[in-house]
Design a protein around this ligand. Structure first.
Ligand code: ADP
Ligand code: ZN
Length: 530
């Protein structure tokens, strides 16, 4: 720390170059940093990946004293501090994971003025001992990360955040910066009011990435579809292909190479040397495709990534936005393309159910997935839905640069087809002997006498062959949408289809079902069968 207000901007820029190794500030960063370095308060709204950290890290380094960062993400503190230390920044943290000695060391460093940054969990700031410790040191700035946690009606409300208003009362001369990626106007107002920051300057970064074209297509034969997408639209372009598993990363990279597209794999199963080499190649060389798990991308800042392709469904809209956001940082036209199918829904619902974590964790994972599915199944503008999800207001009804705007999908009254699927599931449930997935349900509806249909006498069911109006791919679309709408659920490790509480109202004819029409000519292969 050091330096005066008069040379604030050049100090900030020099710190950006020297410590962080970046050329220029991005978006609102420079303005935010200017405000805080100059001693003013700021409320900052920026999408995830937008670069919020530098907004408080640089003022902490430029102003005399220690920057105090309040963050609820205790699990990340060690990593954040390690990353800063690797850059030569003197950082520390205090939370409940530390033992007495570790905490004493950090306290001593803080009091000796040896820290540029200290990360604290919000519950610590309710303790008099913490407040009196802070009062005995010198503070350059207070940063309140994830500031939407102060909003009582939000998902992430933390009572401890309410106590943070004390900071402004006890340290009226220390600038405060509140940061969040949640953009509703209501949350924004509540942050300002509850943290007591009436004079704060507000910085609202747009979540919109107008140069990115969003497209989500039904998954039929993902590798072939990907290949066609690359050849037809992005030959010779640099891009990222995301897969869920390491195995499919390797297989997809192999496949692309055999098809003459230069592709390299990236996942946590590769040794450190290979990973570093592949990442460096992607950054340095032109027109390289990296096939990766989500382990790839943290801190990747390559401006000319022309496409991001997803071969598997991301777990949340936040994840999707962050991953697709790696495309087109230079502002040139880019594509966010995803192939999405029934199996994605089955697999992810299964993973949530059989995964670790308590009930609350599962519920949260399920609601994240539901939001992602709603984005996939929407017949409205994808961008509009994405921006609405992040609470951004004022988006036009149609963006003109997503698949649903460019090629509006037809919708249909799907009540009868839905009833056919649900009553077949209900029939099979009566048998109890064996549990069945989507494949068997669809074979029954289509009246296919497969070995498995014969074996269980399913050709004797009254629903056998009642689904001639649709092709297999269309039935898969119906099942997928019923799963997405919560009218069907998945159970057990084999992905057995079961009814939900809402199924009854459809079966009873009280509830209508609206479905998106599947494109007719997609039945290429059965790669996506469950
Ligand atoms: P957020 O906290 O808003 O989610 P981060 O602060 O973690 O975002 O930043 C996201 C990524 O962008 C990080 O890898 C960061 O190093 C990088 N980044 C931030 N600002 C810049 C910049 N001005 N130039 C280059 N990279 C940047
Ligand atoms: Zn649109």
């Amino acid at each position: 720390a050091g330096g005066g207000v008069g040379v604030a901007e050049s100090d900030a820029l020099r710190t950006l170059h020297r410590i962080f190794g970046y050329d220029a500030f991005r978006g609102e960063q420079a303005a935010v940093i200017d405000q805080v370095v100059g001693g003013g308060d700021a409320v900052v709204l920026m999408p995830t990946g937008g670069g919020k950290s530098l907004c408080y890290q640089i003022p902490s380094l430029v102003r005399p004293g220690t920057g105090v960062v309040v963050s609820p993400l205790i699990a990340l503190m060690q990593d954040q501090v390690d990353a800063l230390r690797a850059l030569g920044v003197k950082a520390g943290f205090m939370n409940s994971t530390q033992d007495f000695d570790e905490r004493r060391t950090v306290e001593a460093e803080f009091l000796a003025g040896e820290l540029d940054l200290i990360y604290l969990a919000p519950e610590r700031l309710r303790l008099d001992s913490t407040l009196s410790l802070l009062a005995r040191g010198r503070i350059s700035v207070f940063a309140i990360d994830e500031a939407h946690c102060v909003a009582s009606w939000g998902h992430d409300f933390r009572p401890d955040y309410l106590a943070l208003s004390v900071l402004g009362e006890r340290w009226p001369d220390v600038p405060r910066i509140a940061l969040t990626a949640t953009a509703t106007a209501a949350t924004h107002q509540e942050i300002t009011a509850r943290l007591g920051m009436p004079d704060a300057k507000h910085f609202v970064a747009s979540f919109d990435r107008p140069n990115i074209q969003y497209r989500i297509v039904p998954k039929v034969d993902p590798k072939k579809q990907l290949l066609a997408f690359l050849k037809e639209e992005h030959a010779g372009d640099a891009g990222i292909v995301y897969c869920l598993s390491r195995k499919s990363v390797d297989a997809t990279a192999d496949f692309l190479c055999k098809q003459g597209i230069e592709a390299i794999p990236y996942h946590a199963g590769l040794d450190g040397g290979t990973r570093a080499r592949n990442q460096a190649r992607f950054l340095r060389e032109e027109g390289l495709v990296v096939v990766a798990t989500i382990a790839f991308g943290m801190g990747i800042d390559k401006p000319d990534v022309r496409f991001v392709a997803h071969l598997d469904l991301p777990k949340s809209v936040e994840g999707y936005y962050q991953e697709t956001g790696r495309a087109g940082r230079d502002g040139a036209p880019s594509t966010a393309w995803m192939a999405y199918g029934l199996q994605d829904v089955v697999q992810q619902r299964k993973m949530i159910q059989s995964g670790e974590g308590d009930e609350a964790f599962r519920r949260r994972a399920a609601s994240h997935l539901d939001a992602m599915l709603a984005l996939c199944e929407t017949a409205e503008c994808r961008r509009g839905q994405l921006l609405a999800y992040f609470g951004q207001e004022g988006a036009p009804e149609k963006c003109g640069n997503c698949d649903t705007c460019l090629n509006p999908p037809e919708t249909l009254d799907g009540t009868v087809p839905a009833q056919k699927v649900l009553s077949t599931v209900w029939r099979l449930k009566q048998e109890r002997r064996q549990k069945f997935g989507a494949g068997q349900i669809i074979d029954i509806l289509l009246g296919k006498k497969t070995a498995k249909v014969i074996q269980f006498d399913h050709d004797q069911l009254s629903v056998f062959g009642v689904g001639q109006e649709f092709a297999e791919s269309e039935w898969r679309g119906v099942v997928r949408q019923l799963l997405a709408q919560g009218l069907l659920a998945v159970e057990g490790e084999y992905g057995t289809l079961v009814l939900t509480e809402s199924s009854g109202s459809v079966l009873g004819g009280e509830r209508q079902v609206r479905l998106r029409k599947e494109p007719k000519k997609v039945a290429v292969a059965r790669a996506d069968r469950s």
